[in-house]
Design a protein around this ligand. Structure first.
Ligand code: HEM
Length: 447
């Protein structure tokens, strides 16, 4: 044991009132009010708090110092796979986020080739027609369910950008694939964690099979011809040393990438819509910038949308699409002077950190200028703002996500204006990633 481990304090014992239900622990409390739960623990225990979830001894890592230590992972004590696979189940195995250490490093080096600037510029060109087509059927109105429509839109975009339009696939087959994909994503919230019919996990097992056979069916064609969709790109990229993905890797990475890209981008755009609907002056500022560009801006043009960029960062702070990250200690380690024994499951409070008064002025208030030059509150600590995580597993799609969100908003701002009741508070579902259960109705009007 190192000197710092010897000097470290043990993880504090849980107070009786923090234990939650037998075995289930604090899951229901988390689903009801995650920030309230984390704040209470921060106030009582500090940056490393004890918890229990699904019978597992858990440590909550709260605030930028504790989260940062786990993300930087200096002594390689924290692993992703044993932690994330407990949450999302076996349905995303082989995905980049679910592999660790040397294997992860090797795969990430190859995957990086799919996210170079020239590739991103190519994806951006494909985005515009996909968005135009996806929005074509939108009916403006007083109860426009913004979240549901955006969710469908990002799925449609993924079908084109990830699969290359899944050419020769009928609409019914695409629906089946979408349903399979949604079944996998929803597995995270399953309480029965086995292949039992009619449960979330049961549906996810079948969903994974559908996705695998769908992607395998396309593989030979994708290997044969290089096109600019992500599926084809994964089949063809290689590092300078000639390393490439095998067929199984392509399938695993595709399934994970679609999951990683889908709900996160939907949540970000629908959060932006909510706040711009409640803050018309910001909406006008963003619209003026969008109108100054042409109808199909290139990547560099989208990057010049200053106001929209500030708004996007603020939306990611106020509603982090991935509100907690998870890790499992694979050996004894120390975080913020507290001993974390091997096998401890850890949750990293990303959303909680984004709302800490210690780092943000009036943290609950929508104030995009806090990210502007001169204020840069996100620089109050290296890990004060971490919607994309940090360390070696930091989101590989973060620039792509920014481009997609901005391309969607660019078109929306040019074609519509909208409003949201200033007092509206979305009823968020916290079973997996946070989304407004009411579909977030807005008043949408064509320009
Ligand atoms: C606003 C949108 C997004 C948010 C907030 C987001 C958030 C995150 C976060 C927090 C992580 C770190 C997970 C961890 O450390 O355990 C992550 C990882 C990842 N994200 Fe994203 N993501 C977004 C969009 C995307 C998109 C569009 C893609 C792909 C096109 C993507 C692909 C990935 C991948 C592959 C990983 C795993 C990286 C690794 O383990 O090396 N994400 N994302």
């Amino acid at each position: 044991m190192t000197v710092s481990a010897l000097a470290a304090r043990p993880l504090p014992a849980q107070r009786r009132e923090d234990r939650g239900l037998p075995w289930i622990g604090q899951i229901f409390e988390y689903q009801k009010d995650p920030i309230g739960l984390y704040r209470r623990h921060w106030e009582h225990y500090g940056p490393v708090a004890p918890s229990t979830m699904l019978g597992k001894r858990t440590a909550m890592l709260l605030g930028p110092d504790a989260c940062g230590e786990a993300l930087v992972n200096r002594d390689k004590a924290f692993a992703n796979n044993p932690a994330w696979s407990q949450l999302v189940g076996p349905f995303f195995h082989g995905g980049l986020m679910l592999i660790d250490f040397d294997e992860h490093h090797a795969h990430r080096r190859i995957m990086q080739e799919a996210f170079t600037r020239p590739r991103l510029a190519g994806y951006t060109r494909r985005l515009h027609p996909a968005i135009e087509q996806g929005m074509a059927g939108w009916q403006a109105g007083r109860e426009f369910p913004a979240h549901w429509r955006l969710k469908q839109l990002t799925l449609d975009i993924a079908a084109d950008l990830f699969m290359g339009g899944a050419r020769n696939t009928s609409a019914a087959e695409m629906q089946r694939v979408n349903r399979a994909f949604i079944a996998c994503v929803q597995a995270a919230a399953g309480i029965v964690r086995a292949d039992v019919p009619l449960t979330r996990w049961g549906r996810a097992y079948r969903g994974r099979k559908v996705l695998e056979s769908f992607l395998r069916g396309y593989l030979p064609a994708k290997r044969a011809e290089a096109t600019d969709d992500i599926f084809s790109v994964l089949c063809h990229i290689e590092t300078d040393d000639g390393e490439r993905f095998a067929d199984d890797d392509v399938v695993n990475h595709m399934i994970f990438l679609m999951m990683a890209a889908h709900d996160t981008s939907t949540i970000t755009t629908s959060t932006i819509l909510q706040y711009l609907g409640q803050h018309p002056a910001w909406q006008e500022r963003c619209r003026a910038e969008a109108l100054a560009l042409g109808p199909a801006p290139e990547m560099a043009d989208l990057e010049s949308l200053v106001a929209l960029d500030l708004v996007m960062r603020e939306a990611l702070r106020l509603r982090a699409p991935v509100p907690i990250l998870v890790r499992q200690a694979v050996k004894d380690t120390v975080v913020q002077g507290v001993r974390i024994p091997a096998d401890t499951f850890c949750t990293l409070g990303i959303q909680f950190t984004h709302l800490m008064e210690e780092y943000w002025t009036n943290p609950m208030v929508f104030d995009p200028e806090r990210f502007a030059a001169g204020r840069r509150e996100d620089r109050s600590h290296r890990f004060a703002w971490m919607p994309f995580g940090g360390g070696v597993h930091k989101c590989i799609g973060l620039y792509f996500a920014g481009l997609e969100v901005k391309a969607i908003m660019h078109r929306l701002l040019r074609e519509y204006h909208w409003s949201v009741d200033p007092g509206y508070v979305p009823p968020l579902d916290h079973h997996s990633l946070p989304f407004p259960k009411d579909g977030q109705p807005i008043v949408l009007v064509r320009n």
